[in-house]
Ligand binder design. Sequence first.
Ligand code: PLP
Length: 376
Amino acid sequence: MNAIQRIYFDNAATTALDPEVLEAMMPYLTEKFGNPSSNYSYGRETRMAVETARRSVAKILNAHPSEIFFTSGGTESSNTAIHAAIEDLGCSHVISSPLEHHAVLHTINYLQKSKNYTLSHVKLLDSGHVDLEDLETQLARSAKKTLVSLMHANNEIGNMLDIQAVGALCKKHNAIFHSDTVQTVGHFPFDLQNTFVHFITGSAHKFHGPKGVGILYVNEKIKVNPLIHGGAQERNMRAGTENVYGIVGFAKALERATANQDTETAFIKSIKLYTMQQLIKNIPGIQFNGDAYTKSLYTVLNVSFPKTKKSEMLLLNLDSECICVSGGSACTTGETSHVIRAMNKNSERIPVRFSFSKYNNQREVDFVIEKLKGMI
Ligand code: PLP
């Protein structure tokens, strides 16, 4: 619990800034304010900070620095990738899934109004996982250049995609592969030189970095044009003065997350498992949405509660106890989750997403369970 006694179990929406990340950013919010495009010393020192950050991020992801572009976050990165695949790489068939984040789902739907491409969705298994056999069938049947856009981990239910297996299918069928990896960069190791993928995305605020800064990885084997025009920044790929302190914060947050990944992963996993055990023990009739036990993000647990007169107000009642959880993606507050709907889940139940971080503990889980007992 933090100083004002709030319990924050919504770390898939955003995470608290790590104090060491803030410390690394501070000089670039104060005395090191130069524009990286300026040719005098102020500019050189911020240019150096941006390029050092790029090298560090590339090394951690096992990519080349020239493959890393800093953006405003996951949404912009996915917009750029999808746009580029259609506009520059000639993709006229897009295969995706109805469980994607709106940054992908809405972009694909929007671009269809002006660009000429067919869109198909992969079949889903009962667990909510992508049916890889169906993906293979669709790829084999498609005579057109195809973009496959499938997220690495679902932000609402936590299901994880076998990115290597999808990459291998895309390689076999000569398809372009984009994966929204916003929930996994900073949480899992990446080895991009040995992964068949053309675009991945990252967002600092999902791993204790600042909001408003992300990355787009573009595989060096492809050549694409920018989405945002008006300057030569990011080697002509993303115009606009760089968010220097954000970029420094992105790299520092990724370095911190990577240095402690094994211990933090084990710790957060134990909190998720403990929550599952306590829910099963104390709350009758709960169900876990998605594949909570096996191929699942260790930070996310999506639970369906039985609908009763009391539980209909669950999120509101939890909030009044200073417990922060969500009904789904932070970008769709108030609506029924499109992910739960696409999985054909019973609308007579109340889905709640709990998502954990290194700053949580078991006492918080115990407190939440006690409160839940009275609310269901
Ligand atoms: N993709 C996924 C899976 C997400 O969870 C989010 C954040 O909610 C985004 C994309 C959007 O990222 P950003 O907030 O950096 O634009």
